[in-house]
Design a protein around this ligand. Structure first.
Ligand code: FDA
Length: 480
C-alpha cells in the first residue's frame, strides 16, 4: 500500500497552492482530482485573465462568514502582498483594473503554470482524473499498526446520497503513523494528513461537486447549507417583460439589502449592506457587479433597494428645485443655479439626461405596476399614471418628491437566482466553528485540514475569493 505525508483532494486554487508549498517544505504530497483538466476555475476566471487578488484583500469586512472574526488570522498572515510577491517572482505581468482588483496582463494560464511549477519543484504528484471511492480515518494503536473501524452512513447535507465508502472513525494519535486511508480508482493511499480543497458547487460542468459537504456530514461535522453567490438575479418572467427589452443596458447604481448578522437573536441588529457598482439589465433579471455582489447577501423573498440616481442624494428635492428654476436642468451643470423661470421640460427628457433613455422610459411606464416591486402604498399611488410626456410644471411638488424618492429607492424582490450554473461561488461550507483559524485544521479530527471555498467563507467580487483560497492554503501548509 502506498503511503505519503499528505493527500490533498482538489487540484484547484487552494489545493495546488497548498501542495506546492508543502512539497517545497520537503513533504511527500499527492494531489487527487476527479477532473480531466485541473485548475479550470482559475483558467476561466477574470474573463481569462484571472483577477488573482485584491489590494484590499486583507480587510475581513469583504468576506461573508458566519463568524466574521474567523478570517482575520489567515488574511493577516497571508495578505495580498504575499501572493503578489510570488506572482512578481514568476515574472507574470499584472495590472490594477478597478477598485484594487489585480489581473494578469496576458492569461490566467500563467497563474496555473506558476502553481504547477511550484508543485513540480516540491516533487508533488498530481493524479487526475481519479475518483475517490472511499475514505477512512484510521485508529492507531500504540504499536502504530493502523486498524480500521466504521460508523454508519449519515445523509448528506445537500440531500445527495453519501460518498460511497467514506467512514469516520474515532480518533487517536500515535507518532507518525498514517491517520487516513483514501481509496481511489487508481489505488489506495495512506497519509498522515489530509487536506480537503474540493471547492464549492458552482459550475458543475468543470468539476465542481458537493464532496466537502458530503464528507463533513459523514464525519459528523457541522456545515452551513450551500447557496449560490456572486450570481445573476432573476425576476418573474411575465412581470419582467417591459424590462427584459432593456437587456444589455448598464448603469451605475447603489444597491442595498438588509441582513441579520449571525449571532444570538438579542444581539442581532439588522444591518444594511450596500454596493455602489454597475448594474446590467438582462432578459431574465439583473446582473453586472452590483447584482452579483448583493446576491451573496440576498435571501429569498427579500427586497433589494436600487438607487437609480446614486449621484443625486435627494432626487425629489432636486426635481422640485429644477421645476421652480432654482437649478439648471443639465446634471452636468450640477449645483448650478437656474434662471428662476418655471421648468417646462418633459419628465422623459429630464430622466433621460440622468439614466439610459430606454430605461427612463420603461421605468416611467412600468415600475409602478411591476409585480415583484414592494412599493410603499404612497409611492405606488404617486407613480400610477406617470407618463414620459408630462411636464415638470404639470406635477405638484409632493408628487415630484415621491417620484424622486422612488428613483432613489426602488424596492425590487427577485424571484430567484440563475443558480450554480452561473454562480461564481458557493456561500456556505464547513462551519468555521469546526476549524482552528490559525491552522485550518478540523479541531475534532487531528491531521484533517479544510481550505478554500469548501469552508464557510465567501469573498466579494474582485479577487477576494482567490485571496481566501491562497491565504487559507498558506496557513494550512505552514501548520502541516
Ligand atoms: P476550486 O474550485 O478552484 O478547486 C476545486 C477542485 O476540486 C477542482 O479542481 C475540482 O475538480 C476538484 N474536485 C471537486 N470535487 C471533487 C471530487 N469529488 N473529487 C476530486 N476532486 C474534486 N475568484 C476570484 O477571486 N477572482 C476571479 O476573477 C474569479 N472569477 C471567477 C469566474 C468564474 C466563472 C467562477 C466560476 C469563479 C470565479 N472566481 C473568482 C471564484 C474562484 O474561482 C474560486 O473561489 C476559487 O477557485 C476557489 O478555490 P478552491 O481551490 O477552493 O476551489
Amino acid at each position: 500500500m502506498e503511503t505519503c505525508d499528505v493527500v490533498v483532494i482538489g487540484a484547484g486554487a487552494a489545493g495546488l497552492y497548498c501542495a506546492g508549498l508543502l512539497g517545497q517544505q520537503g513533504r511527500q504530497v499527492v494531489v487527487l482530482d476527479h477532473a480531466r483538466r485541473i485548475g479550470e476555475k482559475i483558467r476561466i476566471s477574470g474573463g481569462g485573465r484571472c483577477n488573482f487578488t485584491n489590494l484590499n484583500g486583507a480587510d475581513p469586512a469583504r468576506y461573508l462568514c458566519t463568524d466574521p472574526r474567523f478570517v482575520r488570522y489567515a488574511l493577516k498572515e497571508h495578505p495580498p502582498e504575499r501572493f503578489i510577491a510570488r506572482v512578481r517572482h514568476a515574472g507574470i505581468g499584472f495590472h490594477e483594473k478597478h477598485l484594487g482588483q489585480l489581473f494578469c496582463n496576458d492569461s490566467s494560464q500563467q497563474i496555473i503554470d506558476m502553481l504547477l511549477a511550484d508543485c513540480r519543484r516540491g516533487g508533488v504528484q498530481i493524479r487526475h482524473p481519479v475518483t475517490v471511492t472511499g475514505m477512512q480515518r484510521l485508529v492507531v494503536r500504540e504499536s502504530q499498526e493502523p486498524e480500521e473501524s466504521r460508523l454508519a452512513d449519515r445523509p448528506s447535507a445537500t440531500g445527495a446520497p453519501p460518498v460511497p465508502g467514506i467512514r469516520a472513525l474515532q480518533d487517536t494519535d500515535a507518532g507518525q503513523a498514517p491517520r487516513f486511508e483514501i481509496r481511489t480508482t487508481a489505488g489506495v493511499l495512506r497519509a498522515r494528513s489530509l487536506v480537503i480543497a474540493t471547492g464549492g458547487l458552482s459550475i458543475p460542468a468543470i468539476g465542481a461537486s458537493d464532496f466537502a459537504w458530503q464528507l463533513a456530514t459523514e464525519w459528523g461535522l457541522q456545515t452551513i447549507a450551500p447557496r449560490p453567490g456572486l450570481v445573476p438575479l432573476t425576476m418573474t418572467s411575465s412581470a419582467w417583460q417591459p424590462f427584459a427589452a432593456l437587456s444589455g443596458v448598464a448603469l451605475p447604481v447603489d444597491v442595498s439589502v438588509t441582513v441579520s448578522p449571525p449571532g444570538r437573536a438579542k444581539t442581532r441588529k439588522p444591518q444594511s449592506v450596500r454596493f455602489g457598482e454597475d448594474l446590467l439589465f438582462t432578459h431574465r433579471g439583473l446582473s453586472g457587479p452590483a447584482s452579483l455582489q448583493i446576491s451573496s447577501y440576498w435571501r429569498a423573498g427579500q427586497p433589494l433597494w436600487l438607487n437609480l440616481l446614486p449621484g443625486i442624494e435627494r432626487a425629489g428635492e432636486w426635481l422640485v428645485d429644477l421645476k421652480h428654476g432654482r437649478l439648471a436642468a443639465s446634471p452636468l451643470s450640477e449645483g448650478k443655479r437656474g434662471d428662476g423661470q418655471p421648468h417646462r421640460q418633459q419628465l422623459g427628457t429630464i430622466l433621460s439626461t440622468l439614466l439610459p433613455g430606454r430605461l427612463a422610459r420603461a421605468w416611467l411606464a412600468g415600475a409602478a405596476t411591476l409585480s415583484g416591486t414592494q412599493w410603499p402604498p404612497q409611492l405606488a399611488a404617486a407613480l400610477q399614471g406617470l407618463r414620459e410626456d408630462m411636464r415638470l410644471t404639470d406635477l405638484p411638488d409632493a408628487r415630484l418628491r415621491e417620484l424622486g424618492q422612488a428613483l432613489n429607492a426602488w424596492p425590487l424582490v427577485p424571484a430567484g437566482t440563475e443558480g450554480y450554473r452561473k454562480a461564481e461561488v458557493t456561500v456556505g461550507g464547513l462551519a468555521t466553528a469546526e476549524l482552528d483559524p490559525t491552522t485550518m485544521m478540523v479541531r475534532r479530527i487531528p491531521g484533517c485540514y479544510w481550505i478554500g471555498e469548501a469552508v464557510d467563507v465567501t469573498g466579494w467580487l474582485g479577487g477576494y475569493n482567490f485571496q481566501w483560497a491562497w491565504a487559507s492554503a498558506w496557513v494550512a501548509a505552514r501548520a502541516l
